[in-house]
Design a protein around this ligand. Sequence first.
Ligand code: RAM
Length: 525
Amino acid sequence: MAFTFQINNDVQFEHRQDFLDKAANYRPKLQQTKVAAKSLVTLEQDSDGLEGWGVKQVATADELPNHELKRGDQLILDFGNHQVGQFSMDIDAVGSPMDAPLFLKLKFAEMPAELAHKSEDYDGWLSKSWIQEESIHLDTLPTTLTLPRRYSFRYVEITVVDTSPKWRAVFSNPTVNAVSAVDIATVSQPKLADEQLQRIYEVGLKTLADCMQDVFEDGPKRDRRLWIGDLRLQALANYATFKDTDLVKRCLYLFGAMPATDGRIPANVFTKPTEVPDDTFLFDYSLFFISILADYEAFNSDKAVLDDLYDVAKKQIDVGLKQVDEDGKLVLTEDEPVFIDWSNEFNKDTAGQAIMIYTLKQFIALAQQVNDPDLPTYTAMLDKLVRYAKTQLFDQQRGLFVSGEQREINVASQVWMTLAHVLDDDQTKALMQTTVVQLFPITGIATPYMYHHVTEALFEAGLKSEAVQLMKDYWGKMVALGADTYWEAFDPSQPDYSPYGSPILNSYCHAWSCTPVYLINKYLV
Ligand code: RAM
């Protein structure tokens, strides 16, 4: 079951104004910081960098005004770290009078490899409008150019398409007005003895901060909106770091305000120009509304929020449980696929069953808090789902869970069954030990989102050193390849992997990859 675009124009949505008002009350005031470019660089082949690309510093940014650019000239600014914000710079003309407009192209990149791809070559399934570039004509110089869009970048490639033979363009003061809902300086970071883990933590923290905007965005380059799957992990990472409960409440109320009329929470919502639910549904994402509420309550015991949103959570479990058959088997449909990971190379049925169990357990904890009289119905359903998993999906001989009609064995099934604690502690430890022996090194998993769950499953099973090793092999590998922030997709065996047909569309600061801050804080500090 693959996930691409869903178009569900016939789905009607609710619009609870009281919840939208609460979401508006928790809207953050974004912090703004002016950051100047650090240096001028050139794009260089670098076998250690992502896709074989890196940069070489050729001058400091102060030297920028010494460069006079004419037809076809190009330079690359390096801001020294990942930035999210509005870009501006001063531009002047030198030489004879300016007898023609300046025609400029600007391209913004989070990673050097993005600059090596030609935008014209992109032919993937997501819109090419996400490629961060502009073409601008300026009739009069000097001027200060301030671009209207917010960009997510470290590098800015400036190409002078043309001036005229009589004059040249000069640039100065390249600046970004960087924005975020939070300030990294306010977080007391753990002092880790292991330098590599310390760096893995720092990059995770920067990733989280740059994705915390008007909502918890999935990625400031793309899609720049609130997705449930990303929010769940961001909220956990946020409890370990910034502890910004208002932003979590804002996002919970946004989803709670706009379910479909059949109760299902959509996979993501837009907030501009106004609040709009997307007509996309993912089975696991709808259920994760429960997790986000349960995790929030575990962190903040907030009766008012629970009273408001309990019924929304209950609706998600009720809708999900309708897909459980008499034997306790979850039956997934093509209409509402389960996501798990971008990779479609493995069967996701058993991972889906485990997520049903995982979220039902969290729902039961909430139901106990509100003394829901229906509680026995849910505990009975839990028993049924767990019994099916243990008797039909767990292969005693192999010591692993199977998935789908072909009884496929894959990492995701073991991991989600571990996270759902379907087996007892000793059996869970044995399950993950067998997983490490038989299914590692991992293949065919494409996202930090799924790698997060693998790492957390190792920790939950008590395999601490294996978990740390995986964190180093995976997030540490991104750092080694030049990451300032972690990426949306990364398959170590094919570093140019993209779910979209070209890595030029990939987001290199993506919320669901920030979780080392949560994992390190929860299991290692
Ligand atoms: C991508 C988004 C988002 C993720 C979905 C499933 O389109 O970037 O982060 O949650 O996929």
